[in-house]
Design a protein around this ligand. Sequence first.
Ligand code: NAI
Ligand code: MG
Length: 499
Amino acid sequence: MAAVPSIERAAHGVTSSAVLDFLKRPKNLLIGGKWVPAKSGKQFETINPANEEVLALVPEGDKADVDEAVKIARQAYEEGPWSRIGPHQRARYLLKIADLLEQHADELAILETLNNGMAISLARGMASGAADTFRYYAGWATKIYGETNPSDPSMFNYTLREPVGVCGQIIPWNGPIAMLAWKIAPALACGNVSILKPAEQTPLTALRIGELLQEVDLPPGVVNIITGFGETAGAAIAAHPDIDKVAFTGSTEVGKLILQASTGNLKRVSLELGGKSPNVIFPDADLENAIPTSLFGFCMLSGQVCCAGTRVFVQSDFHDRFVEHLTRYASNVKAGDPLDASTTVGPLVSREQFNRVKGYLDIGKKEGAKPALGGEARTGKGFFVDPTIFTDVRNNMQIAREEIFGPVASVIPFKDENDAVLQGNDTTYGLAAAVWTQDISRAHRIARALKAGTVWINCYNNIDPISPFGGYKQSGIGRELGKHSIELYTQIKSVYAKL
Ligand code: NAI
Ligand code: MG
């Protein structure tokens, strides 16, 4: 049984007393610049997945609260001070938010670790990464260009790139601070307003960041935060006739529901969904890096990552040696107290996810896969699962086709380069992929051949706001980050003037 952290363990030092103070304060929804309870008066418990203790009660927003937020957000967008604010001023807001996120990075990281269970080292990285994302989009606010087009001499034609309007932004529980930044930063840079719904499992950092947003005096209604459940608050956002765009990160199943709900008013939709990413390893790989990085590839955030490298393809003649190395290395990594700086694998986020992963461990064994390491979920308090490595897996088994979202990898042999690409692409998903080889030509050939939104060569899980992220096939629609988020959050107007 892993050491169980408590809130008090986090109470050393000033920043963590800020966490305790926040946890004690009553939680409300942020609508129109005010903190208000859910109209229904309902609240729900949010827990610490490492010890299953209740951290706080948060408001259970639903359709009525979404309706109110949309009304106020629409007003802020059409008539409020935000509608008259220029790009320099928007950039200044984003820079101020970035500074605040950085100043509060330790506090936000502890809060995230308490609520999500991710290793504190990862949570710190996400908090400072969120600051980078805001800073990156602050730069874009003043660089959103239209075009002048080569029209007939009697006409002058140009395009304006304008905001989309009221944006509903539904984020998951696996990287709450990062996902909030990916959504809010580009939306605001382009002049939109946001209604953000954090996941019901991890509402706390969004509420704390909502308080920080108040400190930069963002005009009321520009960012609204509704905590609540997917089937109620989330569905109300997806179906709302006065929301112009929905950006969603989460399961492919819910992504499809959101797309269906968008047809009511044909709102713009961007979706960042699941994955079953291939991590292809050739015998000439630099093992010193390939072993720890491949483990990181499927164990970061306990494997609860859309781009996790859960299908590890290894050339047949190298398979046994690789499995031996990987298993030996991974056997030293146990799921543990996420507040401990040396922990890399914390608990899973919820009982639901724990049961789901446990179910897949059983399915894998029934399908004939052999756990070379792990294979059992822990008992006792907290949702801990140690790294599991399955061998004897075929690419058509359920554990190789479905997203498990736990620290579980399937090692699958391949014959040659062609076979690696064929098997790697034989999936309904296409979010990410990786290839390990010293042969530079082969690396780039495979990077081209794999159908995935991101390909890593001799590395894994590198994500930077400078570069697009999103999926081929059922891993999503659209690309976030880089200049691509600017495209998601703007629309183009063509203006003809008769001279
Ligand atoms: P989910 O897709 O249900 O939840 C993600 C977000 O969508 C949450 O904010 C939730 O409240 C909201 N949501 C749920 N139902 C909704 C609906 N009908 N309308 C609008 N919003 C809705 O994911 P869940 O159930 O937490 O996890 C199930 C599986 O989904 C995981 O095991 C994993 O395979 C996958 N997943 C993938 C993620 C990714 O990063 N691509 C993130 C989270 C889950
Ligand atoms: Mg769900």
